[in-house]
Design a protein around this ligand. Structure first.
Ligand SMILES: Nc1nc2c(c(=O)[nH]1)N[C@H]1C(S)=C(S)[C@@H](COP(=O)(O)OP(=O)(O)OC[C@H]3O[C@@H](n4cnc5c(=O)[nH]c(N)nc54)[C@H](O)[C@@H]3O)O[C@H]1N2
Ligand SMILES: Nc1nc2c(c(=O)[nH]1)N[C@H]1C(S)=C(S)[C@@H](COP(=O)(O)OP(=O)(O)OC[C@H]3O[C@@H](n4cnc5c(=O)[nH]c(N)nc54)[C@H](O)[C@@H]3O)O[C@H]1N2
Ligand SMILES: [Mo]
Length: 759
């Protein structure tokens, strides 16, 4: 019995399962990459393009936000970076004849994989009200359509301006400027679904919502804890940093419900010896139950408090606030409860404690495994408590390291893509541009979906991304999107969001990172900020996928001129002509960017200031680093249910599917799989290879079902299951979000597994 692929989609999803691997990268990675890259780009373009990734005069890798090392190898090899590049630099094209042949109703039956594989978008396309397919449209007409619909709104707050995290600093700055001149802070972004919990927790406790370490700190650390992150797939270049840290004597503790191959052993493709043997990375694996991290860190904190001389008392006295309340809460932590919450045994936790106490310099790295839970914010605050206790903030080789996803998601936020901007940022905008930006908060992703659903928002504009596939509660989100008057997507590739539209829809094709960007003043470059607050230039070299493409900054500038008209005093024309003029304005608005054009001209770029890291200064409400003392919580699981996390395979970039394999986990040729602990599977009567439906259970009583998943017996922590996103987004209730950050809790969905209804 095979699960059904979406109707009319020639892509077959027929998973095959082999042994999971225990090492990442190495030779198979190179072979696999070259196959994918050459299929998209051919042999010559593959070689030329891959040589330019992350070189000083080249483009920033559109893959993840991991920083580049100071001394770069020629084309530091990264399998998934290469796939991201190949996806964009593909020679395949989606031209107007494609849209003539495929009505929207047909596109809506296709899988995301099939849509993405069709190639790069070449022309602005328009879906008129009542029409069954997109037709080519001029850029002028496209901007007229957006202007018409914006003018028809009762208030600018009925428009939503979404951003995905690839958008450059320049484009992001212009985009938020346009939205605010129009009169709204409705700037939801992918961060709302990603590291918002990190931003919330870190801003409150340390005063800066970003990581406090640089790459060199990782190299110097004694202990690195990697919690809730799968770098072998999602940040492959991080493995080189972990390897270097280990050579310097660091130990690594991995906290994860899954044994992830990349964290077990890394076969560095840069060195012949690395290729053969590889380096064992993890010294201690804590196979935690989903959602048990807050309890784990709380208990470690109690044990540190109980150890003579383990607390850095000078640091605590001089730099922190709230210690007494926190210490009282931590002392009350209970072993039994922690063992229940984490599923760990006592000996392992004691071993972790020994490593923690032996370390003078500790870094904690994390990603979605910590941020996408109901109690994500208190979990990350507990990590901060843990580091503060031993003075591990603002000291070389130590600190917080939330590892960001999209290559410029951190920069976009720095540029003001935020629905709740700080008053100081708005003051600076007002002073520089002479208009009064709206002061009331805008809508984040989840609230934006509700506003569409309830008819309170009518225009949805996306700067990149794939909103309907990336967002939770697919059926609800898609129905909400269909209620819009107009949906607009600035995109490089076709995706599901182009097939699930408002009454009218536009696709505006844009340049990617790899492509040459020539404007009135000549060739342009853009800038990005990586996960560690380093800002540098990115310069595309390839010929654009089509002569019709406009850059993201050009699209915003032309749209702003058309919509705002002569009332706007902002020099949009000049900004479009010369991105250096945009950087001059950023320099006057955003702290840390003084002399931006000069700084970014330096090879390798520059580091943004970070008060806790640089001077142990904490710009919080108390002026100190804040300890916090939230009650410990963890997900409770009704009898016979599993806790499902929705995660990434090795062959995808978020909703972009590169291929149907997840090599390290031993899964091939299919994505509709659910990984279940063999004991749980047997208790539930689910044989390996059988098919099941995933049904999520939520307080609203609505049945959310994802049919036809192949059961894979897999050594995940007991009570836990895993399946890929975006296929499982149908199971994540819109209202199941993290407290404070409102991030969808897509790593802890209570599901029951039911006999498959598909045949
Ligand atoms: N190739 C590639 N690179 C990418 C992306 C991609 O899709 N493909 N996406 C980019 C983006 S936007 C992001 S945000 C990052 C995402 O990077 P990751 O966060 O590494 O991505 P996920 O696949 O969601 O993996 C979550 C990890 O957390 C673990 N986990 C789940 N629940 C828990 C828990 O409760 N506790 C603990 N301790 N661990 C848990 C999972 O087992 C898994 O190892 O990667 C970025 N880089
Ligand atoms: N269930 C579940 N849901 C999740 C997650 C999860 O772990 N589980 N993870 C969440 C996370 S961490 C994130 S970040 C979001 C991701 O959400 P998004 O950022 O919205 O999604 P992507 O799939 O990265 O967007 C891919 C699309 O971006 C467009 N694109 C690519 N490059 C460019 C470019 O240079 N310019 C422009 N304009 N467009 C471009 C292409 O058209 C492509 O189809 O998903 C979230 N959703
Ligand atoms: Mo992300």
């Amino acid at each position: 019995m095979a699960s059904k692929p979406p109707k009319g989609d020639p892509v077959q999803d027929a998973p095959q399962v082999t042994e999971a691997q225990h090492a990442a990268a190495g030779l198979p990675a190179i072979g696999h990459t070259l196959r994918i890259a050459q299929r998209q780009m051919g042999v010559r373009r593959t070689a030329l393009t891959l040589l330019r990734v992350n070189q000083k005069d080249g483009f920033d890798c559109p893959g993840c936000a991991w920083p580049e090392p100071e001394h770069r190898h020629t084309a530091e090899f990264c399998e998934n970076g290469a796939k991201a590049v190949a996806e964009e630099a593909t020679l395949r094209r989606v031209a107007p004849d494609f849209f003539a042949a495929h009505p929207v109703a047909d596109l809506a039956t296709r899988s995301g994989y099939w849509l993405g594989q069709q190639g790069r978008l070449t022309h602005p396309m328009y879906l008129a009200e009542g029409a069954d397919r997109y037709e080519p449209v001029s850029w002028e007409r496209a901007f007229d359509i957006v202007a018409e619909e914006l003018a028809a709104l009762g208030s600018p707050d009925e428009a939503l301006f979404y951003t995905s995290g690839r958008t450059s600093n320049e484009a992001a700055f212009l985009y938020q400027l346009f939205a605010r001149e129009l009169g709204t802070n409705n700037l939801p972004d992918c961060s709302n679904m990603c590291h918002e919990s990190s931003g919330s927790a870190l801003t409150e406790t340390l005063g800066v919502g970003k990581g406090s370490v640089l790459l060199e700190d990782l190299h110097k650390a004694d202990l690195i804890i990697v919690a809730g992150q799968n770098p072998g797939t999602n940040h492959p270049r991080m493995l080189s940093a972990l390897e270097q840290a280990k050579r310097g004597g660091a130990q690594i503790v991995t906290v994860n419900p899954l044994p992830e191959a990349g964290l077990e052993r890394f076969k560095n493709p840069q060195t012949p010896q690395g290729m053969l043997k590889g380096t064992a990375l993890t010294d201690l694996f804590l196979q935690i139950r989903i959602g048990g991290d807050q309890a784990l860190f709380r208990l470690l904190n109690k044990l540190i408090l109980e150890t003579e001389g383990a607390v850095d008392e000078d640091f605590v006295r001089e730099h922190t606030h709230g210690y007494e309340d926190f210490a009282a809460a931590a002392r009350a932590a209970d072993w039994d409860e922690t063992l229940t919450a984490t599923g760990l045994d006592r000996a392992r936790i004691e071993e972790a404690l020994r490593m923690v106490l032996a370390s003078r310099r500790t870094v904690v790295c994390w990603a979605m495994g910590l941020t996408q839970h109901k109690h994500a914010v208190p979990t990350i605050r507990e990590v901060v408590n843990f580091l503060l206790l031993r003075g591990n903030i603002g000291r070389p080789g130590a600190g917080v390291c939330p590892v960001r996803g999209h290559s410029n998601v951190q920069g976009d936020r720095t540029m003001g893509i935020f629905e709740r901007p700080a008053p100081a940022f708005l003051d600076a905008l007002e002073k520089e541009f002479g208009f009064a930006p709206p002061r009331h908060h805008g809508l984040d992703v989840v609230r934006a979906i509700r506003a569409l659903r309830d008819g309170e928002a009518k225009v949805f504009f996306a700067m990149g991304g794939n909103f309907v596939a990336a967002s939770p509660d697919t059926d609800v989100t898609e129905a909400a999107m269909r209620r819009a008057r107009l949906t607009v997507h600035v995109s490089t590739k076709l995706n599901r969001s182009h097939a699930v539209t408002g009454a009218r829809a536009l696709i505006l094709p844009t340049l990617g990172r790899t492509e040459r960007d020539v404007q009135g003043s000549g060739e342009q470059f853009v800038t990005v900020e990586d996960s560690m607050g380093m800002v540098h230039a990115s310069r595309g070299r390839l010929e654009p996928a089509s002569p019709q493409l406009l850059s993201e900054p050009a699209i915003v500038c032309r749209l702003a001129r058309r919509v705002l008209g002569p009332d706007s005093a902002t020099p949009w024309e000049e900004f479009e002509k010369d991105y250096a003029s945009v950087r001059d304005r950023i320099a006057r608005v955003v702290p840390g960017f003084e002399d931006f054009n000069a700084c970014v001209a330096r090879p390798g770029g520059f580091a943004l200031p970070h008060a806790p890291r640089d001077e142990r200064r904490f710009p919080t409400a108390t002026g100190k680093a804040n300890f916090t003392a939230a009650p410990v919580t963890y997900p409770s699981l009704p009898e016979g249910r599993l806790l499902l996390q929705t995660l990434r395979s090795h062959d995808q970039y978020n909703t972009t599917i590169y291929g149907l394999d997840d090599r390290y986990r031993g899964i091939r040729n299919g994505r509709r799989v659910v990984l279940v602990n063999p004991d749980d599977a047997r208790a539930l009567g689910l044989a390996d290879g059988s098919y099941t439906d995933l049904v999520s259970e939520w307080t609203d009583g609505v049945e959310r079902r994802a049919p036809g998943f192949r059961v894979v017996h897999y050594p995940t922590a007991p009570g836990c299951a895993a399946a890929y996103y975006p296929e499982t987004n149908v199971l994540v209730p819109l209202d199941a979000t993290a407290d404070t950050s409102n991030t969808p809790a897509s790593k802890s969905v209570v599901v029951r597994l039911e006999q498959s209804t598909t045949d």
